[in-house]
Structure formats: structure tokens, C-alpha cells
Design a protein around this ligand. Structure first.
Ligand code: NDP
Length: 332
């Protein structure tokens, strides 16, 4: 029996389970020469998938209606007629939300469960770790002693950004949505300070208090009013990495937002959009650092693991309610 999740509707506002359709087939998958039969082990759910569910033009094409959704997946090779892979290997790649599927092996990377838990290859040793490392270094250009503010700080990307900031000698302030998350930032990930945006009476003033020397680098995962509050605190020649804007992903109208140009002009600041795939030539360098720091215990990570193929849509939707700490992953 094979289960597949299709995109049934383009979500309006926050996605709901009715936007997804489960299909069950009683098929016996056969592979041809050069192909692999894969069994899904872990599925990554990520905020960027929301963009692909709408039909607006973006840097990647939208998902097609009534077709399987795909995202980062770890799968086990259960049969191989491809010389590059053997039965029993684990692979990571962009694969369909299916319990079993056939692949040509194109775009798949072998991952080694003896070096790190398999789920880590979807997080700190996967796309979100690369995003944290490359966004911070390539656009943030950190200099020892500077102050870094990270929004979405307790999530997959943010929690790694903050730790890399500490490794590189920065003062790090994280913004997240619960006291429990703020506590985790400070005790588990070594952030210097944290601000709960849901309880803060004045985020702008709280950032000023936590960053008395001003903000040199802002790693933005959320956009919206939280980011507006950071702009009031940026220093001359500061760098703003626009990695994500989850606070507006479910908007049905173009949001009215603060005009940032005066802040950028006054402070000669740089604000640049970031897409991890633009830096593919730097992935080996980034992986070397991320895996090295993990092995040396300079870097750690947390995950929220949801169990069961049926729960993939719910795990995805829960990202928009902040139900995850660190990387949100579904174990099949
Ligand atoms: P996270 O693990 O950070 O999960 C999402 C988190 O966002 C939630 O836990 C929640 O935490 C927070 N959040 C949800 N709604 C809001 C809101 N309205 N306002 C503020 N915070 C909110 O996700 P990722 O680490 O995977 O991704 C972080 C960001 O980076 C996303 O915007 C994503 O699209 C982007 N991204 C961009 C990439 C690129 O190449 N440009 C690559 C990878 C990710 P809380 O409880 O704190 O609210």
C-alpha cells in the first residue's frame, strides 16, 4: 500500500488540512535499470512550501494542483538497479510526499547515519543549516564584537544562526514567540538575550535595551512589525539579511508596511534578499564548518518530531502557530 499527499486547493490565508488530499494505492512498484525504490523515513516541512502552494510567480515554480507535494526527504533504498546506490543506503533529496517512490537517483545524496542522526540531514546538516551559515556569512559579513539580532530565533534556521554568531564572537539577541523558547535560546544555544514578541510591550525599546551599542547585523526570518522594531535600532553600515517573512506568508492582501528606505539611507545600511540555492558553490565549505562544529560540540540543535505520514499537513500548518522548537520534521 502506498500513500501520497496531493495539493488539493491553493490555500487562502492560513493553510488547512482540507487543502491536502490523501490518496492510497494498492500498487506494487517495479523499478527499471538505473532506478531505485525508496521508502520514506523523514519528511521536512518548511515555511517556504507555503509560497509554492500559491500560484504567484516566485524563484521556484508553484506546486501543481492534484499533484504530489515535495520537500526535503530522507529515504531508505529498498531496491536498487543503479550502480551508485545499494539497498540499505539512506539518501536525502527533494522527493514526493509518498510513503514509497521510484527515483532515478538524480539529485539524491547519500547520508551516513553513523555520522549524525538521519533527521539532522534535514536540519542543521541540511538546507536550514546551510541557510543559517551562508546567510550570516555571505550577507551579514560578521566582525568579532558586533551585535546580531535574529528573528524566528528558536526555529530551525534562527537557532543555528545565533549559535554561529556566538562561535564568530558576536553578541546575539534572539526574538521568538514564547518564554519557553526564550529560555531555550539562552540556556541551550548560548544567546546573550532574548525577547518574547508576544509579551513585549515595546519590542523596539526591548531591542535597544538588549543591544546598547545598536544592531550591526539583523538576520530576518519573519518580516512585519518585528522587523520594523529592529530598523529603529540599526547601526551605520549594518547588514540586514532578508531570509524569510513568515509573518506575511498567509496574507491575502499586500501588507501595509513601514517604509524602510529612510532607515537604510540614514544608516548607510545594506538590506539584501537571500535564497540559499544561489550559494550552491559554497555548500561544501558551509557543510565542512557545520559538521566540524557539531563534532566539536560547539554547535547543537533541537527538533520537533511529529510521528506518522498522516500528520504531515498538520505539522506543516503548525509552523504558522509556532508549535515547533528547532526543525519541524515528520518521522514516517
Ligand atoms: P522555523 O523553524 O523558524 O519555523 C517557523 C517559526 O516561525 C515558528 O516556529 C514561529 O516561531 C515563527 N512564526 C510563525 N508565525 C509567525 C509570525 N506571524 N510572526 C513571527 N514569527 C512567526 O522555520 P525555518 O527555520 O525553516 O525558516 C525560517 C524562515 O526562513 C522562514 O521564513 C523560511 O521561509 C525562511 N527560509 C528561507 C530560506 C531561503 O533560502 N531564503 C531557506 C530556508 C528558510 P515563534 O513561536 O517564535 O513565533
Amino acid at each position: 500500500m502506498i500513500q501520497t499527499i496531493l495539493l488539493k486547493n491553493r490555500p487562502q490565508g492560513k493553510p488547512s488540512t482540507s487543502d491536502f488530499e490523501f490518496v492510497t494505492e494498492d500498487a506494487d512498484l517495479k523499478i527499471n535499470q538505473g532506478q531505485l525504490l525508496l521508502e520514506t523515513t523523514y519528511v521536512s516541512v518548511d515555511p517556504y512550501l507555503r509560497g509554492r502552494m500559491s500560484d504567484a510567480k516566485s524563484y521556484v515554480p508553484p506546486f501543481e494542483l492534484n499533484k504530489p507535494i515535495h520537500s526535503g526527504v530522507i529515504a531508505k533504498v529498498i531496491e536498487s538497479k543503479n550502480d551508485n546506490f545499494a539497498a540499505g543506503d539512506y539518501v536525502s533529496g527533494m522527493l514526493n510526499w509518498k510513503t514509497k517512490q521510484v527515483s532515478t537517483g538524480e539529485g539524491l545524496l547519500k547520508v551516513d547515519p553513523s555520522k549524525a542522526p538521519l533527521s539532522a540531514y534535514l536540519g542543521v546538516l541540511g538546507m536550514t543549516g546551510l541557510t543559517a551559515y551562508l546567510g550570516l556569512n555571505e550577507i551579514g559579513k560578521p566582525v568579532i564584537g558586533e551585535t546580531l539580532v535574529v528573528s524566528g530565533a528558536a526555529g530551525a534556521v534562527g537557532s543555528v544562526v545565533g549559535q554561529i554568531g556566538k562561535i564568530l564572537g558576536l553578541t546575539v539577541i534572539g526574538i521568538a514567540g514564547t518564554d519557553e523558547k526564550i529560555d531555550m535560546l539562552k540556556t541551550k544555544f548560548g544567546f546573550d538575550a532574548g525577547i518574547n514578541y508576544n509579551t513585549s510591550k515595546d519590542i523596539k525599546a526591548d531591542i535597544a535595551k538588549a543591544a546598547p551599542n545598536g544592531v550591526d547585523i539583523y538576520f530576518d526570518n519573519v518580516g512585519g512589525p518585528i522587523s520594523d522594531a529592529v530598523f529603529f535600532n540599526i547601526n551605520r553600515f549594518s547588514r540586514i539579511i532578508v531570509c524569510g517573512a513568515i509573518s506575511v506568508y498567509n496574507n491575502t492582501e499586500v501588507p501595509k508596511s513601514m517604509s524602510v528606505q529612510p532607515f537604510l539611507i540614514k544608516k548607510s545600511a545594506l538590506m539584501q534578499g537571500f535564497i540559499v540555492s544561489n550559494y550552491a558553490d559554497k555548500f561544501p565549505e558551509a557543510m565542512k564548518h557545520l559538521s566540524g562544529w557539531l563534532a566539536e560540540d560547539k554547535l547543537t540543535y533541537t527538533e520537533t518530531i511529529v510521528h506518522g505520514f498522516d500528520n504531515i499537513p498538520n505539522a506543516f500548518i503548525d509552523l504558522f502557530d509556532g508549535k515547533n522548537k528547532g526543525k519541524m520534521i515528520v518521522k514516517i
